[in-house]
Design a protein around this ligand. Structure first.
Ligand code: CMP
Ligand code: CMP
Length: 333
């Protein structure tokens, strides 16, 4: 089927080669129900098994390796998720998701490229893309809201689909544990005060955690940026090489800041779209909460004023230290 825009509309996803054992049919409509996964009862849902070839199982496991929402599942939960997933082949131009629709599946990319469109005042704008990895379609299932974006394949590809019922039964329920673990910490962070309580809980949903050993580099000056960090424990040292010598590599790195529990770093390059302005190293063991750039942009807009004030402080500090603001916020020439 071809839409007015000339782009193929994909058939709704059901596995082509396997039985789906479920007492639940697709929901007729979705409203913004309260998020309370604890109310859903494990035992009332039947386990779904979609048989796979060895090759499919291998590719599925590879595709799911780095999916954040699968990270804290135990072995049994993970095997139930893998069993339930089914493969869908995709053609260039297929709409995998249309903004405003009900959420039926969560998707993990096996291969292919996909554009993300979000309507702003009725006009669809491309806000990003996925390139052969990653996942999408979790928001409507987690928060019982309509689809927040349109996802269009820009090449032939394949995606793995996880039905709504299994997603809510296993992933959403498991995520509630993470909320309980990080809720108080996130609530205590001054730079997130401009967010509503429900938005701060969504921050918990998207954070990953990473640990670093003493001396390990967390960020390298000059690198491209894709994430934002909050220190959960330990100390982080920020160092910068000045541009005083033609070859930046030959310059000594100077320590410009130290951060501990509750402080953040790595926002500057995401805000300015420039390379990392400084490096970050662990002092002793460090644990950070890490948010990817898509989640940073989607969730932290209301905190931008606070962050921008802080960036003005960086510039003052650099002028005092080096006699120049190091062009940290100037457009790339
Ligand atoms: P969902 O709302 O279920 O369906 C569309 C998906 O697009 C959404 O979940 C996210 O997984 C993904 N997405 C990627 N970027 C954005 C964005 N900027 N805004 C909303 N959704 C996005
Ligand atoms: P980013 O440029 O993404 O990566 C390095 C981080 O160091 C930067 O974001 C800031 O979060 C942090 N930083 C701390 N002090 C400064 C400073 N004076 N100038 C630039 N970055 C700083």
């Amino acid at each position: 089927m071809t839409s007015k825009s000339g782009i193929n509309n994909m058939k709704k996803d059901t596995p082509s080669n396997a039985p789906v054992i479920s007492r639940f049919s697709r929901r007729a409509s979705v409203c913004a129900e309260a998020y309370n996964p604890d109310e859903e009862d494990d035992e009332t849902e039947k386990r779904i098994i979609n048989p796979k070839t060895d090759d499919q199982r291998y590719r599925l496991q590879e595709a799911c390796k780095d999916i954040l929402l699968f990270k804290n599942l135990d072995q049994e939960q993970m095997s139930q998720v893998l069993d339930a997933m089914f493969e869908k082949l995709v053609e260039c131009g297929d709409h995998i998701i249309d903004q405003g629709d009900d959420g039926d599946n969560f998707y993990v990319i096996d291969r292919g490229t996909y554009d993300i469109y979000v309507k702003v005042e009725g006009v669809g704008r491309c806000v990003g893309c996925y390139d052969n990895r990653g996942s999408f379609g979790e928001l409507a299932l987690m928060y019982n809201t309509p689809r927040a974006a349109t996802i269009v394949a820009t090449s032939p590809g394949a995606i793995w689909c996880l039905d709504r019922v299994t997603f809510r039964r296993i992933i959403v329920k498991n995520n509630a544990k993470k909320r309980r673990m990080y809720e108080n910490f996130i609530e205590s962070l001054p730079f997130l005060k401009s967010l509503e309580v429900s938005e701060r809980l969504k921050v918990v949903d998207v954070i990953d955690t990473k640990t670093y050993v003493d001396g390990e580099q967390i960020i390298a000056q000059g690198d491209e940026a894709d994430s934002f960090f909050i220190v959960e424990s330990g100390e982080v040292k920020i160092t910068m090489k000045t541009k005083s010598k033609a070859d930046v590599e030959q310059n000594e790195a100077v320590e410009i800041a130290r951060y501990s529990r509750g402080q953040y770093f790595g926002e500057l390059a995401l805000v300015t779209n420039k390379p990392r302005a400084a490096s970050a190293y662990a002092i002793g063991g460090v644990k950070c909460l890490v948010m990817d750039v898509q989640a940073f942009e989607r969730l932290l807009g209301p905190c931008m004023e606070i962050m921008k004030r802080n960036i003005a402080n960086y510039e003052e500090q650099l002028v005092a230290l080096f006699g120049t603001n190091m062009d940290i916020t100037d457009p790339i020439s």
